[in-house]
Ligand binder design. Structure first.
Ligand code: SAH
Ligand code: SF4
Ligand code: F3S
Length: 460
């Protein structure tokens, strides 16, 4: 069957889609990039904010018409939204033929055959209070272990799951409800997967977990934590850059920073969301740390790894957020000197503690103003951060031709194009060079910077 698969949401979902696409290909299906030519459309969905869900619902409406016209056979919904809504989704959208939650993705090829035969095709996770389903878990493990290392969307980069689920229950967040309890993968399995990816030329590896620093695998009474896992993965021949996302500010031990300082292929990059700069808000969010503890962590990171690049996340307009709380977030952005921040408007998610207990009392226009204010502070801080690199030399993994080839004042010389790539610290770099450099690591001299980009030149 010709299948179109579209992905919303975080890196975890993108990885799931990559693995699922591989499994569907192995089952004899063809993945197509154009929805109009597909017999089946699948959405791998995100529930983290209302907006993400609305987008899928409007797509499903349009697909329903195509199905009624006979141009489409199967509509399937995968991922976090299926688990959040369950069979209600089928009642609301009767055109949908297949539901598959994140914990059941290992069974997708079978579900698709069932749907093609007109049988019910619904696989949802048991509620997280019940013991995990051993069959579904081993099907999931197989999905990771049987991945085709040459099928990553980028020929140099690969994402590798080290954990599933989340136990943190931040009060605003749907992830623990839809991705189930935290389970860490066996370190041997992670290392083996990285080895196969590195053998296939994937030299930039990113380890994935919702709070990756709580990685914990116990075997024979001994516990492997993230720093040790990083060390073992960094030993794999061919791994030139190693990153890990996303870190949670509590339970973040210095041994992770020492690994970053001491292991040459571990990149000086940390994504460590604060969510708010105010203790009162952090408490209502159940984040599990204070502002002072977050500040101390950022200071330690800068002391141990002086050239570290830090990225943050913030939520504006969380219930009860005052102007003073908001000012504290702005001040935290300034103090932390982030490379970049992702800023979101609070979106109440059904089933979460915050949605149940706290009124969404910050008006929409106040959220809009606050998001603008935090982004403006981030713009200043990001500019200062990027300017630190001007006059120096950085290593870039070249991704390809810059999608916005207007970012340099002069057009590239004949035979060259404007290339874009990333540094070890995940900074975007643009510079002129021959197109054949795509996929290569090159040294460039940084001439200028704005809040998001380093402008560089390369000695031929
Ligand atoms: N596991 C990661 C990220 C999870 S979701 C972590 O803990 O850092 C990614 C980001 O979405 C979060 O960092 C948060 O900033 C944002 N987010 C999560 N739930 C949200 C909600 N209900 N409304 C607005 N933003 C939200
Ligand atoms: Fe959500 Fe908090 Fe878990 Fe991150 S740590 S996934 S924000 S509950
Ligand atoms: Fe969204 Fe699920 Fe990721 S809710 S952010 S796709 S874990």
């Amino acid at each position: 069957m010709k299948i179109y698969l579209e992905t919303m949401g975080c890196q975890m979902n993108r990885l799931d889609s990559e693995l699922v696409a591989g499994a569907l290909r192995s089952a004899g299906h063809e993945m197509v990039s154009d929805a109009d030519s597909a017999e089946a459309v699948l959405y791998n969905t995100c529930s983290v904010r209302l907006h993400a869900e609305q987008k899928v619902l409007s797509r499903l409406g349009a697909d329903g018409k195509r199905k009624a016209d006979g141009r489409l056979r199967i509509i399937g919904v995968l991922g976090c939204m299926t688990q959040r809504m369950g069979e209600v989704l089928l009642q609301q959208c009767p055109q949908v033929d297949l539901l598959c939650s994140p914990g059941r993705l290992g069974e997708l090829p079978g579900l698709l055959s069932a749907a093609a035969g007109g049988e019910p095709a619904v696989a949802l996770d048991a509620p997280r209070t019940q013991p995990p389903d051993a069959t579904a878990e081993s099907a999931l493990d197989r999905l990771d272990l049987s991945r085709d290392p040459a099928a990553t969307p980028n020929p140099r980069q690969a994402f590798v799951r080290v954990m599933r689920g989340c136990d943190k229950f931040c009060t605003y967040c749907v992830v623990p409800h839809v991705r189930g309890p935290e389970r860490s993968r066996r370190p041997e399995d992670v290392v083996e997967e990285v080895r196969r990816l590195a053998d296939a030329g994937r030299s930039e590896i990113t380890l994935l977990g919702q709070r990756v620093n709580s990685y914990r695998y116990e075997h024979n009474g001994r516990e492997v934590r993230l720093a040790e896992l990083i060390e073992r993965v960094s030993d794999v021949p061919g791994v030139r850059r190693l990153r890990f996302i996303t870190s949670h500010p509590s339970d973040f031990s210095d041994d992770i920073l020492f690994a970053m300082r001491d292991l040459p292929n571990v990149c000086e990059y940390l994504h460590i969301p604060a969510q708010s700069g105010s203790d009162a808000v952090l408490r209502r969010m159940n984040r599990g740390y204070t502002r002072a503890e977050y500040d101390a962590l950022i200071d330690r990171a800068g002391d141990i790894v002086p050239d570290i690049a830090i990225a943050g996340d913030f939520i504006v307009g969380f219930p009860g957020e005052t102007e003073d709380d908001h000012a504290a977030s702005a001040e935290l952005i300034r103090r932390s000197g982030y490379k970049n921040s992702f800023v979101f408007k609070y979106s109440p998610r059904p089933g979460t503690q915050a949605a149940r207990r706290l009124a969404d009392d910050v008006p929409a226009e106040v959220k809009t103003r606050r998001i603008g204010e935090l982004l403006a502070v981030q713009e200043e801080v990001g500019l200062a951060h990027h300017r630190r690199y001007v006059g120096g030399r950085v290593e870039v993994l070249v991704e390809g031709v810059s999608p916005r080839a207007d970012r340099q004042p002069t057009p590239p010389p004949v035979g060259q194009v404007q290339l874009t790539g990333r540094t070890r610290g995940d900074h975007v770099v643009v510079f002129d060079g021959p197109a054949v450099l795509a996929g290569e690591y090159v040294q460039v001299d940084v001439l200028d910077a704005d809040a998001r980009t380093l402008f560089a030149s390369r000695e031929p």
